[in-house]
Design a protein. Structure first.
Length: 299
């Protein structure tokens, strides 16, 4: 299949690109820079120069493809609302050119929801609608096109997609621990994060492209929920710093922007996803990756 992948040179996207190429798919990846384009071409993929604000360029690449995997997102936490609106516009335009084609459109989403007291399941709908909601309400926007001749699939990624070289949320927690000389958790540390290894996530994306029916929600989740105090303890043990509780009212001052996410309780089931796609995670756990040095901090 000829697949257009946004975010193809990113942390998850580069692993997805490798997985697709290894299984005979042709990849055209969105590249914002010469460096990103060269990295894609070195793997045997093609590069489409542009960015998420170039919605007509995205539409052109989507229309030329047999499937789209949209993984890119503006992770600008100084203007998160603006990032959501940009996401909504990009997704809308790509879906418009795919309408009536029957082609797959896979979209990166998250596990944030209104569900409390239990793990989120694939049957739980996203509560976010419209351009001004979280991530521009793009999950619901995409899934609405199941009735308009597109095969949309929501890829709900764990808060931490971990592995050697990760520079995401857990890497930031490690940096904060190094800076403060203590690995902190918020309150009693009972809030949880679901987690998945990067290679398992990439394999899930490929299987969803090939097999998931229109309107599916799939969970890139290996571990249902790791308590934040356990994440902090693992970081403290590896970095050689003590572990301590941070009062909720002090979380922003201590953690910075990552505090708003570390304080969320985001646990999720993967039962339906495993059954739908015959997907079995095999990679290391988050705590195993921390202990193996995936989040070593320089300096």
């Amino acid at each position: 299949m000829h697949v257009f992948v946004t975010g193809a040179s990113g942390w998850i996207g580069s692993a997805v690109t490798d997985e697709l190429l290894a299984h005979g798919h042709k990849v055209v990846g969105l590249a914002r820079s010469d460096e990103a384009a060269a990295a894609l071409e070195a793997k045997g993929a093609a590069a489409h120069r542009g960015d998420l604000d170039d919605v007509e360029g995205l539409a052109t690449a989507a229309a030329a493809a047999e499937g789209v995997i949209h993984l890119a997102f503006k992770h600008d936490f100084t203007d998160y609302a603006g990032a959501g609106r940009s996401e909504h516009g990009a997704v809308q335009r790509m879906l418009e050119v795919l309408e009536g084609s029957g082609r797959p459109f896979l979209l990166a989403s998250g596990l944030a929801s209104g569900v409390t007291g239990r793990p989120i399941t694939e049957d739980d709908p996203s509560p976010f609608h419209g351009a001004d909601s979280m991530r521009g309400g793009s999950e619901n926007l995409a899934l609405s096109y199941a009735e308009r001749g597109v095969r949309p699939v929501a890829l709900r990624f764990s808060p931490t997609v971990h592995g050697m070289g990760d520079h995401g949320f857990t890497a930031r927690l490690a940096q904060v621990a190094k800076e403060h000389g203590t690995a902190g958790y918020i309150g009693d540390g009972s809030t949880r994060w679901a987690a998945v290894h990067r290679t398992d996530a990439a394999r899930l994306v490929r299987l969803a492209l090939e097999e998931a029916p229109a309107g599916s929600r799939v969970h890139a989740v290996s571990e249902t929920g790791i308590p934040s105090r356990d994440i902090a303890a693992a970081l403290g043990a590896y970095l050689g710093v003590p572990v301590s509780s941070v009062a909720p009212e002090d979380a922003e001052a201590h953690f910075g922007w990552i505090g708003r996410f570390f304080g969320m309780d985001v646990s999720a089931s993967n039962d339906a996803t495993r059954a739908l796609l015959d997907w079995t995670p095999t990679g290391p756990t988050l705590l195993e990756d921390i202990a193996a040095g995936a989040y070593a901090v320089q300096g």
